[in-house]
Design a protein around this ligand. Structure first.
Ligand code: HEC
Length: 187
């Protein structure tokens, strides 16, 4: 009997969260797992030292942001100009280095990833549709609270559906053609 009620509870909680028991993204207590294979996803763009937010302890270092999206959501964006449910966008941060090998000018990316953040669309789970997560190594992470400035800046300034498509050149062209740019967005 005890066995059976535990099984029913599990089924109920999986249904309530809108995810199957084998959902690869979340742990049973609702944390998001860092995507292990994002380096095999679609590359959207890199930016160097953009100064739209405070990076606390990392300030003073020169850094690249690399943005990737899972392949099936990318293909949907190419068709529709916007993101489907379960879209996962990753931002990876790496050091921008001047001195190394034959380099004389400019900066290249080096070393291990210094930060990994995910922006995920999952309306069954998150009020507002989207949620942010910041990871520490391979540990699953709790959602960044919805009052954080991540949400307000992305909402107010992201060109398509709270994402910064204005900085992903191939996608900006598609969104412009499909007329899916946010009314808030001014080039
Ligand atoms: C003041 C504005 C601002 C704030 C605050 C902000 N971001 Fe962003 N975010 C951007 C911009 C601009 C880009 C795109 C360009 C880049 O940085 O490479 C971006 C891109 C991203 C991306 C890539 C996917 C996408 O949505 O375009 C992720 C992931 C991300 N930010 C996570 C976060 C997290 C997590 C926080 C809060 C801890 C945060 N951001 C706070 C402006 C902001």
């Amino acid at each position: 009997m005890r066995f059976r009620s535990a099984a029913i509870l599990l089924l109920v909680s999986a249904a309530a969260s809108g995810a199957g028991a084998d959902d690869p993204n979340y742990t049973q207590d609702g944390k998001l797992k860092p995507p292990a294979d994002y380096r095999e996803w679609i590359f959207l763009s890199s930016s160097l030292d953009m100064s739209y937010r405070k990076l606390g302890g990392l300030m003073g270092h020169s850094m690249f942001d690399n943005v990737f999206v899972d392949p099936s959501s990318y293909r949907e964006f190419v068709k529709t100009g916007t993101w489907p449910e379960k879209t996962r966008l990753v931002m990876e941060v790496r050091a921008a280095t001047e001195k190394g090998s034959i380099n004389e000018h400019g900066r290249f990316q080096s070393g291990d990833s210094m930060g990994l953040e995910v922006h995920i669309k999952d309306s069954a789970r998150f009020a507002g549709g989207w949620a942010f997560f910041a990871f520490n190594g391979s540990e699953p992470a709790v959602q960044i609270p919805s009052g954080a400035d991540c949400y307000s800046c992305h909402q107010q300034h992201g060109a398509v559906n709270t994402t910064f498509v204005q900085f992903y050149p191939t996608l900006l062209k598609i969104a412009t053609e499909k007329k899916t740019l946010s009314p808030n967005y001014h080039p």
